[in-house]
Design a protein around this ligand. Structure first.
Ligand code: IPE
Ligand code: IPE
Ligand code: MG
Length: 250
């Protein structure tokens, strides 16, 4: 078993992104409703957040609801919206106690009023915190995010606020919803699926990917530490050769 001490003896990823998948299957295995899987998933998120905080991870960005998830049954969608609201209400004091900043990203204008307001209030109540930034991607889709950025830039070019030649990778990044965070170092997907499902496509250009068969509600701190230990064994080359990386480390 990998302990927190093992993890902390090596550089820890600054930013971990997670596709929290497998809640429905977890519930089905127990003859429960899908929403029961989501409720248990929220508790797995609490444990993971604690683990990240203890390990010294600075950014945790989790995929809670995709734009495509709007196509699920109204019962499941409403259950999830209620769960997001409840999570904020029950966790806000804990977030403040642990110096955690809360952010929400996605096409938030599609959310109902209560959910939208609760997310915004939770952001405001925690905005001064600095130990870790927890970002929840809700009603989020990466292609939408990129198109949205392109649209904003086009408007500014039309209004002569910027010149098209000024658009480079760095400027473009400022128009994404993730402008306040660095790119993820490690992306974890649970439940044995090997796909990205429209998550942070731009941001994961050089992210290390980790897949596990564990269903999200069963994900524990130990599973998190296992993923971090796996990450720590890898060599990130960013297009260079292994020798070049070792030379610069000297
Ligand atoms: C992930 O679990 C949570 C959401 C997408 C909201 P799923 O609900 O996708 O669970 P599975 O994939 O059906 O098991
Ligand atoms: C991705 O899971 C979205 C979230 C975890 C919120 P899905 O279960 O919706 O993804 P697909 O449909 O299997 O690709
Ligand atoms: Mg799924």
């Amino acid at each position: 078993m990998i302990s927190l001490e093992d993890i902390k003896s090596n550089p820890v990823p600054n930013h971990i992104a997670i596709i929290m998948d497998g809640n429905g299957r977890w519930a089905k295995q127990r003859q429960q409703q899908r929403i029961d899987g989501h409720i248990q998933g929220a508790s797995a998120l609490k444990n993971t957040l604690e683990g990240c905080l203890a390990a010294g991870v600075k950014y945790l960005t989790v995929y809670a609801f995709s734009l495509e998830n709007w196509n699920r049954s109204p019962l499941e969608v409403e259950g999830l919206m209620d769960l997001f609201v409840r999570y904020c209400h029950t966790e806000v004091d804990n977030l403040n106690k642990n110096n955690i900043r809360f952010r929400a990203i996605g096409k938030l204008d599609m959310l109902n009023d209560e959910c939208y307001q609760t997310l915004r209030i939770t952001e405001q109540k925690t905005e001064q915190n600095s130990a870790l930034t927890l970002t929840i991607a809700i009603s989020y889709g990466s292609r939408w995010e990129i198109v949205n950025a392109a649209q904003q830039l086009a408007k500014e070019v039309e209004a002569h606020q910027i010149k098209s030649e000024q658009i480079d990778e760095r400027l473009f990044t400022n128009y994404l919803m993730t402008d306040f965070m660095p790119d993820p170092d490690l992306l974890i997907r649970t439940s044995g699926e090997y796909r990205i499902s429209n998550y942070l496509l731009w941001q994961i250009a050089y992210t290390e990917l980790y897949f596990t068969d564990v269903l999200w509600p069963d994900f524990t701190k130990e599973e998190l530490y296992k993923a971090i230990a796996d990450f720590q064994r890898r060599e990130r080359r960013f297009g260079k050769t292994s020798e070049q990386i070792k030379d610069t480390a000297k």
